[in-house]
Design a protein around this ligand. Structure first.
Ligand code: NAD
Length: 509
């Protein structure tokens, strides 16, 4: 046990211990390693998370493997019923988990509730699993021969998730995976791990059999074991691009199916005919919501032609009105960043931008609330060019950059030449240009006068280029395909067919 955990056990310090969840119960870690969890609004060390050893990952996978044999036999009707129970429980208790999110991640409570609502949509989609797994049937494909297709679960599948959506992103994975008949091992972010245990307890309460959903807390050691474990069939990853690339390469090398969603630099193109107030409202909401710690945040505005001065002025005018503070307070609109180190790194881009020739219009260090919280106020950098680090890097904080270009073609080229291709948006009143943009732009999710075009749950979510490694987007129809594999049966029955009399009413269970 680490020194901090020993002090915690002895009652000398008041931190909460966050452990693993294996085979339907909480399992304290025995690796001797743990990591700190903070309340980012106060800077307080509030928790200590166990970091799994290889043996602890193996124990979770063994529990999932054992549970798979019976879980895959559970009828679609029962699986659907269970998903409905889960949906009801998450919905009824969403305020509980929202508070956990705010106290470990920092996002404001209304945003945390929004995160849970978007995750719930994916659970609701998974309630339709009987329909989603329907196969095809061809009668009399040849004389006396029928052909049909079915989709079956893969076995044990794993999810590795980022800090910025500790409830929603795991829901993107476990809800479809479990509904499809797989068992699941989650490795959440070590920065805000408590939501994973809240979910594990809730799934048990909803009636999910032990071992179907497991959690291993941890860091690279746990991730590497997941990637090489022979009993894990598939891995879903969401996080930064370098780790996504590593997870994809290592996991596929070990023979696994992998979908790995990476980082982003989401451009919002504003044409001269756009409604400037609407574009400014959208840019401010999408850049600073959740302190910019969203993979679909608008982090870069491309102002085309003479709209630039009007747009920058309209954005600037809105900044002083944004209330920054502890996300548990009702009127606060933007909370802190997740850790002190991350806040300092994000803030350093304001200096880098200035040194490289950009114009810092708003420096969030000057407006950050006092205290020990990991705060940075809203920041705006104008006159940014494509060689600057503030443009090239994913900053992942409340820093919005602006480039000025002369034509639509230049704007399109900028978006398409960027290494990332997660989301993008265009603001214009011209339907023809918007349609051309949708046709030409190299990104997985496109908004037309919509700044954060996260697809609804019955479509799939995913980027292009360095924002996604693998063939499959996440949730929606592609999620169902990812967590299942196809089988085609060709069948011929002897004549006379075997039959018996059964006057009972046909049952689905
Ligand atoms: P991260 O890549 O640091 O961590 C993601 C996961 O990988 C965590 O569980 C972490 O423990 C693990 N990890 C970290 N370093 C590792 C290493 N060296 N080896 C193995 N595993 C490692 O990402 P983050 O900081 O938690 O999240 C923010 C990033 O996630 C941003 O880049 C953001 O754009 C991205 N993101 C992308 C999407 C998307 O859908 N494309 C959604 C949310 C977040």
């Amino acid at each position: 046990m680490t020194e901090v955990l020993e002090q915690q056990k002895a009652g000398e310090i008041g931190v909460t211990r966050i452990s693993h969840w294996i085979g339907g119960r909480s399992v304290p870690g025995e690796s001797g390693r743990s990591g700190p969890v903070y309340n980012p609004a106060t800077g307080q060390h509030t928790g200590e998370v166990d970091l799994a050893s290889v043996a602890e990952v193996d124990a979770a996978v063994a529990a999932a493997k054992e549970a798979f044999e019976s879980w895959r036999r559970v009828s679609l009707a029962k699986r659907a019923e269970l998903m409905f129970n889960i949906r009801e429980l998450v919905h009824d208790r969403r305020e509980e988990v929202a508070k956990i999110l705010t106290s470990e991640h920092g996002k404001v409570l209304s945003d945390a509730l929004g995160e849970v609502t978007r995750g719930l949509e994916v659970i609701e989609f998974a309630c339709g699993i009987p329909t989603l797994l329907k196969g095809g049937f061809s009668e009399q494909a040849s004389t006396g021969i029928d052909v049909y297709s079915i989709r079956q679960p893969l076995g044990v599948v794993a999810g590795i998730t980022p800090f910025n959506f500790p409830a929603m992103v795991p829901m993107w994975m476990w809800a479809p995976a479990i509904a499809c008949g797989n068992t699941f091992v989650l490795k959440p972010s070590e920065k805000d791990p408590s939501a994973s245990i809240w979910v594990a307890e809730l799934l048990k309460e909803a009636g999910l059999p032990d071992g179907v959903f497991n959690v291993v807390q941890g860091d690279k050691t746990a991730v590497d074991r997941v990637l090489e474990h022979p009993d894990i069939a598939a891995v879903s990853f969401v996080g930064s691009t370098p780790i996504a690339r590593y997870v994809y390469e290592t996991g596929t090398e070990a023979g696994k199916r992998v979908q790995a969603l990476g980082g982003a630099k989401n451009h919002m193109v504003v044409l001269p005919d756009a409604d400037v107030d609407m574009a400014a409202d959208a840019a401010v909401s999408a850049a600073y919501g959740s302190a910019g710690e969203r993979c679909m945040a608008v982090s870069h505005v491309v102002a085309v032609g003479d709209v630039a001065d009007r747009l920058v002025a309209a954005i600037q005018e809105r900044l002083p009105k944004i209330k920054v503070g502890n996300g548990l307070e009702p009127d606060v609109e933007m909370g802190p960043l997740v850790t002190r180190e991350h806040r300092d790194k994000v803030a350093s881009y304001l200096d880098t931008g200035r040194e490289q020739g950009a114009k810092v219009v708003a420096d969030g260090r000057e407006t950050a609330p006092d205290g020990n919280g990991f705060f940075l106020g809203v920041s705006l950098i104008d006159d940014v060019t494509t060689e600057m680090d503030v443009y090239k890097d994913e900053i992942f904080g409340p820093v919005l950059s602006v480039s000025r270009v002369d034509t639509y073609d230049e704007a399109l080229r900028m978006v398409n030449e960027n290494q990332y291709g997660n989301g993008t948006a265009i603001f214009t009143r011209d339907g023809g240009v918007a349609r051309q943009f949708q046709f030409d732009v190299q990104a997985g999710m496109v908004g037309i006068n919509v700044p954060i075009p996260v697809p609804v749950a019955y479509y799939s979510f995913g980027g292009w280029k360095a924002s996604l490694f693998g063939d499959s987007h996440i949730y929606g129809p592609e999620g169902i395909n990812f967590y299942t594999r196809g089988k085609v049966v060709t069948s011929r029955w002897p004549d006379p067919a075997t039959s018996k009399v059964d006057l009972g009413f046909p049952q689905t269970r």
